[in-house]
Design a protein around this ligand. Structure first.
Ligand code: GTP
Length: 270
């Protein structure tokens, strides 16, 4: 029953998996969410899945670095940095049932978190195109309402062709994970993301912005924009500055709404 599903989802925390290109601001956003949720005395749980991050400005409840040492993995299996990170995450994924038990125990506690926040490795493909990324995401989504948060570096997406490239990546993530997706246009303190809202809502405005692109890539982008219309129509996008905290309440709302709508449309009773 859809009604029952929505009600049961409303009592469950929403898992937010932060995915984005290197440098888009995933870790800064995690830090910001930690600070704001702590300040609001809102219970949450957090997991760091980046084995190679040096300094975290927040304290996760579970940290992959405490289980696997990616430099040791590199040495042991004679791997380069990316191979080391990938293998470390694979090793961690084999124990993910234990992680899930810890999360579920916390969810069943007297102070259940409203959000479970997950940071992923800097190199996006290590999570999005690895077996471990799929194993971890599927395990979480089978247990709790799960949303993919795709973090975008707004200033670096201001050119129509780079914007298109980022949107195609977001679309491929939707295909890969088949979970609700929230786009976060980050770094709006540097450049407001109004251009993105306009381009997503109005295909002609995007086509007009492409006017300077005369080459093949310009005409390809025009065709792609038509194709992406359907993708945009189902998407939730928020404008955020992880640095200043602008847009964070809207992001938290979007996570809840997105997870609950998904539960409703698929009538999943978790
Ligand atoms: P990886 O470590 O490669 O995974 O990058 P990441 O996606 O975690 O990005 P990170 O949080 O490390 O941020 C990258 C850079 O962008 C840092 O210098 C941040 O200070 C900066 N940054 C992140 N969010 C914002 C923002 O909202 N505004 C501004 N101005 N800078 C930001």
């Amino acid at each position: 029953m859809a009604g029952t599903s929505v009600e049961s989802a409303a009592r469950k925390p929403v898992v937010a998996i932060m995915i984005g290109m290197a440098g888009s601001g995933k870790t800064t956003l995690m830090q910001r969410l930690h600070a704001d949720l702590e300040a609001a005395s809102s219970a949450f749980y957090s997991i760091n899945l980046d084995p190679a991050v040096r300094n975290l400005a927040y304290e996760p409840d579970i940290d992959v670095r405490e289980t696997v040492d990616y430099k040791g993995v590199m040495k042991q299996y004679q791997l380069g940095p990316n191979g080391g990170i990938l293998t470390a995450l694979n090793l961690f994924a084999t124990k993910f049932d234990q992680v899930l038990s810890l999360v579920e125990r916390r969810v069943a506690s007297e102070t259940p978190p409203a959000h479970v926040l997950i940071d992923t490795p800097g190199q996006i493909e290590i999570f999005t195109w690895s077996a471990s990324g799929a194993v971890i995401t599927e395990a979480l989504a089978a247990s709790l309402p799960t949303v993919i948060v795709y973090v975008i570096d707004t200033p670096r997406s201001a050119r129509p062709v780079t914007f298109m490239s980022n949107m195609l990546y977001a679309c491929s993530i939707l295909y890969k994970f088949r979970l609700p997706l929230v786009l976060v246009f980050n770094k709006t303190d540097v450049l407001p993301a109004d251009f993105a809202t306009e381009w997503m809502a109005d295909c002609e405005a995007f086509q007009a912005a492409l006017d300077g692109e005369k080459a093949y890539i310009g005409s390809l982008s025009r065709s792609m924009a038509l194709m992406l219309d359907e993708f945009y129509s189902q998407l939730r996008a928020v404008h955020v500055s992880a640095l200043t905290g602008d847009g964070v309440p809207e992001l938290l709302d979007a996570l809840q709404t997105c997870a609950h709508e998904y539960q409703e449309s698929y009538a999943v009773d978790l």
